[in-house]
Design a protein around this ligand. Structure first.
Ligand code: PRT
Ligand code: ZN
Length: 286
């Protein structure tokens, strides 16, 4: 092998973010619209643009070495492939929904009912796990329509904002799976020394980009006499810089997780921290 073959979605919800991720990894891809194959100019990598549903099969057959696909598709297709990294975009959940006006007392209400879905394997797994007996009708699109035309009692489909369910008079009653885009690899890639090395290089870059996205660089002024309390809210690997205003204050630089930011900021304010600057980070290499 002299090039990594990477499969990404041809068009759809994962297309833009998949290309953006490769670009953020410093990989420069040139292609024209509707082209189904493209090459990177500065990394030994070739891209195949295909339907997301076909990506697991391409990986199992080693037609592609790596693929970017929803965890939902990976879980439904049951192919012999490996998850290498969660990529943080394309987030959604696979949920069961029923007409809003129906009274739902719990999963037992699904017994004996018909459910329409494009995810028959995951739905069957859920039913078996809860010892439920319901009929699954596989359908490839417009699943949300089916209860209102009498085809099903409920549906199982992907939800992100919830507005499609709402517009179709449905309510979410059970969540089967949380999903996001993943990087998956073919089993054979591990056995090819060059392929393995190239995958390692690509993963190194992808992880640096993901780490940066999940974190923020913060710079703040803190009163010295409250430092012991302030430190409790900040990570250990921070930098303390020159004292300000007659040794009463210092500047702290550190990196904190995006999800913790508001909770930490509120607590820091209580201890007299001021001028908190928050900046995005491009890459973090630990
Ligand atoms: O042509 P191809 O087969 O490649 O594309 P596709 O039409 O099968 O997939 P596409 O582009 O719709 O989605 C690709 C992937 O994006 C999915 O496999 C998921 O991993 C991810 N994703 C994230 C979603 C959603 N969010 C999502 N909301 N995929 C589909 N939806 C649909 C959902 O099916 C429902 O119809 O959006 C509607 C619900 O959205 P909300 O925001 O109204 O809740
Ligand atoms: Zn699809």
């Amino acid at each position: 092998m002299n090039k990594l073959k990477v499969a990404i979605q041809k068009s759809g919800r994962l297309y833009d973010d998949s290309l953006k991720l490769l670009k953020e990894c410093g990989i420069n891809i040139q292609f024209r619209k509707n082209q189904l194959k493209a090459f990177a100019l500065n990394f030994p990598l070739e891209i195949f643009f295909i339907r997301d549903d076909d990506i697991p099969q391409y990986l199992e057959d080693s037609i592609a070495d790596l693929g970017i696909v929803g965890y939902n598709i990976f879980s439904e297709k049951r192919k012999r492939i490996q998850v290498k990294e969660r990529l943080g975009f394309g987030k959604c959940r696979l949920s069961l929904a029923i007409p809003r006006q129906l009274n739902y007392r719990g999963i037992k209400d699904l017994n004996g009912k018909r459910i329409t879905t494009s995810y028959p394997i995951l739905v069957q797994e859920f039913l078996t796990k809860h010892r439920l007996n319901a009929e699954i009708q596989e359908i490839s699109g417009s699943v949300e329509l089916t209860p209102s035309i009498g085809l099903s009692y409920g549906i199982c489909d992907l939800v992100s904002s919830g507005s499609t369910l709402f517009m179709n008079g449905l309510k979410e009653v059970e969540t089967l799976l949380q999903s996001e885009a993943i990087l998956a690899s073919s089993m054979l890639l591990e056995e090819d020394p060059i392929g393995k090395k190239l995958m390692k290089e690509l993963l190194f870059r992808i992880r640096a980009v993901i780490n940066a996205k999940n974190n923020k660089y913060i710079l703040l002024n803190a009163p010295i006499n409250k430092l012991d309390k302030i430190m409790l809210y900040l990570p250990k690997n921070l930098t303390l810089s020159p004292f300000l205003l007659n040794y009463q204050f210092c500047v702290i630089h550190t990196v904190i997780s995006e999800k913790d930011f508001w909770r930490v900021a509120e607590n820091l304010k209580i201890f007299g921290v001021f001028n908190i600057l928050v900046m995005p980070i491009e890459k973090i290499i630990y």
